[in-house]
Design a protein around this ligand. Structure first.
Ligand code: GLA
Length: 701
């Protein structure tokens, strides 16, 4: 709901539990008033009367108070907008109009001297607390070019409190989304990527809680996340007066984002924010529900259990061997069979073939259709791996079009994984790539595409293009356009986003893919921490997790039971990636039982409200609990136990204290109040133990 003040210069957006308010001064300064619990127009009226501090000494009266602080005038905070022309540096805005359009507020401004218009968008969807913000910048002049060095999507202002704590998700390849918390101190802290893709190093997400007071269930949390899959930055800054602002957008530095000619508009990605009074768990739940209802395509449909051959066969794939794996996968209950890297061109290792998207005739003499048909006959869907934005120099495509890669003539290009990045910002390259994938999808009954991206930008040159900087943004826009058109042309095909595991996990890619590959690290114990971090922002419904072989040869060689591997992977979209033709009959039978169990809890795991109980690296038992309607599922884990130290029972959440719950596995009845206050005894012991509990509300007394 959006309410406009009587003078037409204050606005109040109200969601399920939160409100957001802003006001325009007589001098057309757009000031932040409120982000927090629900308030009324009368409250906004009072907030609007609180004057800004007067100019004192060297301090700006505006810094820390503005909705969209720009470069120019008496402002020294981190600017959201930096624009250059030959004659003008900085911008100065005059209010134009306010438009309330359903759940969206648009505030328009103009700067006649710079020849620019600015529209700030705010959208708070009915029944949600996630406020989506983004910005349009338009060149309104008749001539000249404006260089936009930075155009952030939004700046978020926090209320003045004694202190703040920052939570972020950092990582690296094989160890993504690790949650860390630190005190906010004066000055700035910037996270982001200057790699051309989202990166394994940071998820575009932050959460701040005042005085470090929030827990998993209680306390205020202010959290922001960016919907962009290229280079990006989120800067959290505590200003001299103590106020904290978070500004973010696409592009890492202010060294050039886009050129605007007359009539051109640059629209930023969405930078969304959520306020919760229910701690980190409450903030996550708000993020999850919003993504399931408004971001992730077809999120009401459960994702199938997949089998992927990558860890089993690597590049050494062939039709007979894949058929043998498919038979085993079908027998244990997999519903989707995915052939990973190595099926195309001359791709027998990572040294050649990328770019040539036709089946390798030695490996698949009659193309992919026979295998796809066989997989369908086994009752599974069929998927393939592609990496369409890349090329190996040893490929037919590169030999035909060496000029299609990002490169700087005269410089030796860096090769990561023996591959180069195609310049998707070029329309001819983007339409070729799209056409190749389109043809591939028409060449065989393919139901699923794992779309990979296995290196960073290092040579962002574009010979002949006067403004090569634009390839950073235009690559991502081209990728989005290709995915959108492929989805429209092949609505039955599902897409998984992958970038060496979790190198491209963000709200932008998630609005056009069905799930993401969380990490190349399939070690079930390491995964618990990765998944714990991932769940801060994203729901289980998009988090792919595989059960692979033990010892885990891909990563750390850790030995773990099939039980522990399955329960760990059941926390998301379950998959299997082990070498099934080497598994014993007992292991296959056990796998079948776990997959059957997963299918029985899948709607609750993938679409239920998620609760994190304890921390996977902490002492004792930790768990992920999911609640959907009357059903509750608990996945419990014990990393290690010392003799004589009995782990505390798991105190469950989200249950009705007055109800009786039946454990579908033990047949035992439990009172909701007892489960909440005294807990569920898990019986876990030893090292790397895990269990699943399925509870159903039986009756309310
Ligand atoms: C990336 C992916 C893996 C696998 C390989 C194939 O590393 O993350 O899952 O698909 O590429 O080369």
């Amino acid at each position: 709901m959006i309410e406009t003040g009587n003078d037409g210069r204050t606005w109040l957006l109200t969601g399920r539990t939160s409100s957001y308010a802003l006001r325009l001064t007589d001098a057309d300064e757009l000031l932040h008033l409120h982000w927090g619990p629900r308030i009324t127009p009368a409250d906004v009226a009072e907030l609007a009367t609180i004057p800004l501090p007067g100019e004192r000494g060297f301090e700006s009266r505006l810094d820390g108070h503005e909705e969209y602080p720009v470069e120019g005038g008496p402002r020294f905070a981190e600017p959201a907008l930096i624009v250059r022309s030959e004659t003008v540096r900085g911008t100065e805005w005059t209010f134009g109009d306010a438009v309330v359009d359903g759940d969206e507020l648009r505030l328009g401004f103009r700067d006649d001297l710079a020849g620019l218009s600015l529209v700030l968008h705010y959208r708070l969807r009915e029944g949600h607390d996630v406020l989506e913000r983004w910005t349009d910048l338009t060149h309104t002049g008749r001539d000249g070019t404006l260089e936009v060095l930075r155009a952030d999507s939004a700046t978020w202002s926090l209320p003045l409190r004694d202190s703040w704590r920052l939570s972020q998700l950092h990582g690296r390849w094989g160890a993504e989304s690790v949650l860390v918390r630190s005190a906010v101190t004066y000055g700035g802290k910037t996270i982001g990527s200057r790699r051309g893709h989202t990166g394994h190093q940071h998820l575009p997400w932050v959460a701040l809680d005042p005085e470090g007071s929030a827990t998993e269930e209680h306390g205020e949390v202010f959290s922001c996340a960016l919907a962009w899959s290229g280079s990006w930055r989120i800067a959290t800054r505590q200003l001299p007066g103590g106020r904290v602002q978070i500004t973010g957008g696409c592009g890492h530095d202010d060294t050039g984002l886009v050129l605007l000619g007359p009539g051109d508009t640059f629209t930023t990605p969405v930078f969304a924010g959520v306020w919760s009074a229910e701690g980190f768990g409450g903030a996550s739940a708000a993020w999850h529900r919003w993504q399931l209802e408004h971001v992730v395509p077809r999120a009401d449909q459960d994702r199938p259990v997949l089998y992927n051959s990558w860890e089993a066969t690597g590049f050494d794939v062939g039709e007979a061997q894949q058929r043998a794996l498919a038979e085993r996968a079908a027998a244990i209950g997999a519903e989707l069979f995915v052939v990973d890297d190595g099926w195309f061109g001359t791709r027998t290792s990572d040294r050649s073939g990328l770019g040539d998207w036709t089946p390798n005739p030695d490996r698949f003499p009659d193309g992919l259709a026979p295998l796809a048909t066989a997989v369908h006959e086994l009752g599974m869907r069929f998927g393939i791996w592609v990496e369409p934005e890349m090329v190996n120099p040893d490929s037919d495509l590169y030999r035909r079009h060496p000029e299609w890669v990002q490169h700087v003539p005269g410089r030796v290009p860096a090769q990561f994984r023996n591959q180069l990045v195609l310049n998707l910002a070029r329309e001819d390259v983007a339409s070729y790539v799209e056409d190749q994938v389109h043809r591939l999808l028409e060449s065989a009954p393919i139901d699923y595409v794992k779309w990979d991206f296995n290196r960073c930008f290092t040579d962002p040159g574009w010979p002949g293009e006067p403004y090569p900087q634009r390839l950073w943004v235009d690559h991502v826009r081209a990728l989005y356009g290709i995915l959108d058109r492929l989805r429209a042309a092949h609505p039955e095909v599902a897409f998984e986003a992958c970038s060496g595991g979790g190198g491209r996990v963000d709200l932008g890619i998630l609005s056009r893919t069905d799930q993401v590959w969380t990490s190349d690290n399939t070690d079930p114990a390491d995964r618990l921490a990765i998944q714990y971090g991932f769940s801060q922002l994203h729901p289980a419904r998009v988090m792919a997790a595989w059960v692979t072989d033990s010892p885990n040869h891909q990563m750390n060689g850790r030995v773990s039971s099939l039980r522990f591997r399955f329960v760990s992977a059941m926390a998301g979209v379950l998959g299997v990636g082990g070498h099934l033709t080497r598994w014993s009959e007992e292991d296959l039978a056990e796998a079948r039982r776990w997959i059957d169990l997963y299918k029985s809890v899948r709607p609750v795991v993938q679409r239920g409200r998620l609760y994190r109980i304890g921390q996977p690296d902490g002492p004792g038992v930790s768990a992920v609990q999911y609640v959907l309607g009357d059903e509750t599922v608990v996945l419990a884990f014990l990393r290690s136990q010392r003799f004589g130290e009995e782990p505390a029972p798991l105190r469950l959440r989200g249950l009705d204290p007055g109800a009786t719950y039946v454990c579908r596995d033990s047949g035992r009845e439990h009172r909701g109040a007892v489960l909440a206050h005294h807990g569920l005894r898990t019986g876990l012991r030893g090292d790397l133990d895990a269990a699943v509990f399925r509870l159903r509300r039986a009756r309310t007394d």
